[in-house]
Unconditional design. Structure first.
Length: 292
């Protein structure tokens, strides 16, 4: 970041913005849980039949948009459902429900994601785990925390070094039914070389779990910025590392992601493993920018 950019960031009251983000994430959480309890009426599909959107996704995004814009009208808004990429200086990056398939089927594991970006840099990130109502957050340069009734608990990654001792998570893209490049090769590679792999259906929580040291790593392709922005900041602030499949620092525009506890041997085993697993794929769906 340039000095001029730095001055503008410090001119903002980031702790007040963080409080607002936490508050809005809680309001959105209450809304989607209430709607779920009342019964979901409209479950539609997006990119294909298995990519779901419910009326609660749309209502949550509207609430988050309206509340944030009320306080910071000049900031842009990049939400998954409205999906207007932003080029304004400051913008919000929002997943109104991460884990919609869990939500729609009544599996109690989904989340709300809100990040504040200054250009490519994520300054603040909040993940609200539902229905447990756990709040996780990070501020660039100030650490990653879980808010609890007895105070904010700092999150730290674990110290597992070996792939054979690593407990991992992953997720599969919605295009998995149509393309061979669908994470099955990578999954097969790691399944026989690690302590275990879970696929729990929320990328937001997959990243939080690396940040809080429950898991040692997580990989997935074709994520949107809204899936990853808050959790990537949390992993990095908790001492971990996040790259793309080639081992380059993850950015908002990256289409592949490998997060780990930052132990160099583990991060490099994850990058090498993904590359090896992908070697025999006959058709590649990742963009050229992610391949070299
Ligand atoms: C999805 C979840 C899932 C991951 C998918 C995401 P959504 O988000 O995070 O765990 O595997 O790639 O798209 O659609 O529920 O917001
Ligand atoms: Ca998502
Ligand atoms: Ca979503």
């Amino acid at each position: 970041m340039s000095n001029a950019q730095n001055e503008r960031v410090t001119a903002l009251d980031l702790s007040a913005i963080l409080s607002l983000m936490l508050n809005v994430a809680q309001q959105a959480g209450d809304l989607v849980l209430t709607m779920q309890a009342a019964g979901l009426e409209k479950i539609a599909s997006k990119s294909n039949q298995i990519d779901l959107v419910t009326e609660a996704d749309l209502a949550s995004e509207q609430l988050i948009h309206d509340e944030l814009q009320k306080h910071y009208p000049s900031f842009g808004f990049w939400g998954e459902e409205s999906n207007q990429a932003q080029d304004s200086d400051y913008f919000w990056v929002v997943d109104p429900i991460d884990g919609t398939t869990n939500f729609a089927n009544g599996i109690p594991y989904f989340a709300i994601n809100i990040a504040l970006n200054h250009g490519p840099t994520t300054l603040l990130g909040v993940t609200h785990e539902l229905p447990a109502r756990n709040l996780f957050f990070a501020q660039l340069g100030h650490g990653a925390y879980q808010r609890t009734p007895s105070g904010d608990l700092q999150m730290r990654v674990n110290k597992v070094e070996k792939l054979s001792q690593a407990f991992l998570t992953t997720g599969f893209p919605y295009h998995r039914t149509d393309y061979e490049d669908n994470n099955l090769a990578e999954f097969g590679y790691f399944l026989t070389r690690t302590q275990g792999i879970r696929c729990m259906g929320s990328a937001a929580m997959d990243l939080v779990n690396v940040a809080r040291g429950i898991t040692s790593g997580y990989w997935e392709g074709w994520l949107g910025p809204w899936d990853a922005a808050p959790g990537v900041l949390m992993v990095r602030e908790a001492g971990g590392e996040v790259t793309d499949y080639l081992g380059r620092a993850w950015q908002l525009t990256s289409k592949s992601l490998i997060a780990s506890n930052g132990q160099p041997s583990l991060q490099s085993a994850l990058v090498t493993g993904v590359q090896q697993a992908r070697q025999n794929l006959k058709s590649i769906k990742l963009p050229a920018s992610e391949l070299t």
